[in-house]
Design a protein around this ligand. Sequence first.
Ligand code: Z5A
Length: 202
Amino acid sequence: MFISFEGTEGVGKTTLIQKLHQHFQQKGIDVVLTREPGGTPLAEQIRSLLLSVNHDEKMANDTELLLMYAARAQHLENVIIPALNAGKVVLCDRFSDSSFAYQCAGRGLSPEKLQLLNQNFVSKMPDITFWLDAPIELGMTRARERGALDRFEQEKVSFFEKVRSGFEHIQQNEPQRMKRLDATQLPEKVFTDALSHLQSLD
Ligand code: Z5A
């Protein structure tokens, strides 16, 4: 099973993934924990490029989109597909829904560009996606206690509001795949909510 986790910054994706990882391991299920952009040595290098604030020029929105998909192609071929073929559960911190939410809804790129990339370079979509939803300010406060901000984290609240509506758009169009979790709740409750969605798939 391929499970992805989405949301704006600081909503608790990493926290939930760690809890589910532990849960699967305790049940003796083979799990791969991975993330985007990144997940392979080469894709992690692309991630550094994408998140760095130390560029001498503004990264073009198309460049950002294409780098996301270059990293994704690498990740799919070298990590996700082999793990799924070996019967493992894949827990992926962000996947192509983030490209729609950030690059299309957030940056304003046309969904047709994304569709083209998905059709040609994404051979496997998640079986289930958890969208952790919380007011932007809440996630920002949680995440920013960590210190230095990356290139995305430097964006304004208005950008993240657009991103959030991008996730909402996907959830409304694909309610079967994308499940909204109320991320304002305690981590334990977010975890049990996720678990009950997974159990309903059995
Ligand atoms: N990006 C993109 O634009 N296009 C794409 O296609 C892809 C990605 C794939 C990097 O992602 C950036 O890449 C991302 C979008 C872009 N930029 N942004 N923003 P990332 O996932 O690495 O970065 P992130 O979203 O900023 O992740 P994060 O800040 O690490 O957030 P998180 O994993 O969702 O949260 P967390 O680390 O689990 O929790 C944050 C803090 O809150 C932490 O102290 C927790 O202990 C606490 N926490 C967690 N859950 C709770 C609850 N329920 N209550 C109270 N406190 C909590």
